[in-house]
Ligand binder design. Structure first.
Ligand SMILES: [Fe+2]
Length: 232
């Protein structure tokens, strides 16, 4: 694991101000609540068979030789509660399409497309004491009916706290995406659209903090993979 960029957030800034002013802005600090990351559908392609290698580097399968094809993309950030406190020891899962738009789900390859066998397709990481997580992966490909997206789930003590999706700023199909536009609250919708900027080595890098409550989700009936009428 190498270090990745974490911005100084507003809460920390306020905390510094609080120390500087001897506590006169205490009220402002406590009034600040972060925007909850919105719940979004799991969709039909959560892996029906999890891969043996489930680490947070999806570009390389253990013993797999060649790296996955596609544009290497890294993202990470912190898992926080609404008060901005880090949520440690919690599993963050990622699953996504490869550059051909194929999932590792047994029915996750659109007709006429072939899955990249070097791509792990799914990975997970346990947040550290600072609530930090990160993934190294490739840019997800497009498939019919959806804009470009990652699928993310957060699990604590075996319970699913959050199922959501993450999007790329500037994607032309974002405005027409049914799942994204179903998030009515603008602040919540914008919180799942992030900029992925090119690094000096040509990879794309994004930062995304995930904000969770602690009420477990009602389990969504798991959909059947395959040619869905409404792709998720
Ligand atoms: Fe999807």
């Amino acid at each position: 694991m190498h270090a990745f960029y974490l911005p100084l957030n507003r809460r920390r800034l306020l905390h510094s101000l609080l120390l500087a002013t001897g506590g006169v802005i205490t009220g402002a600090v406590h009034a600040e609540a972060l925007t909850l990351t919105p719940r979004q559908t799991e969709g039909p392609y959560y892996p029906d068979h999890l891969p043996l290698d489930q680490d947070n580097d999806l570009t390389q399968i253990l013993g797999g030789g060649a790296p996955a094809g596609g544009l290497v993309t890294e993202f990470g950030g912190r898992l926080l509660d609404v008060d901005g406190k880090p949520v440690a020891d919690t599993v963050v899962e990622l699953w996504q399409a490869d550059p051909n738009g194929c999932y590792i789900h047994s029915r996750g390859a659109p007709k006429g497309r072939e899955r990249d066998p070097q791509f792990q397709g799914y990975g997970k990481i346990v947040t550290n004491a600072k609530g930090e997580y990160r993934f190294r992966t490739v840019q997800p490909g497009l498939y019919t009916g959806r804009t470009r997206h990652f699928h993310i789930a957060v699990n604590r003590e075996g319970k699913r706290l959050l199922t959501t999706q993450l999007y790329f700023a500037g994607e032309p199909q974002n405005d027409r995406d049914g799942v994204l536009s179903r998030i009515r609250d603008e602040a919540q919708r914008l919180s799942v659209i992030r900029e992925f900027k090119p690094s000096s080595t040509g990879e794309r890098v994004g930062t995304w903090d995930i904000v969770v409550g602690f009420t477990p989700e009602d389990p969504e009936p798991r959909r059947q993979g395959g040619p869905a009428k409404r792709p998720q």
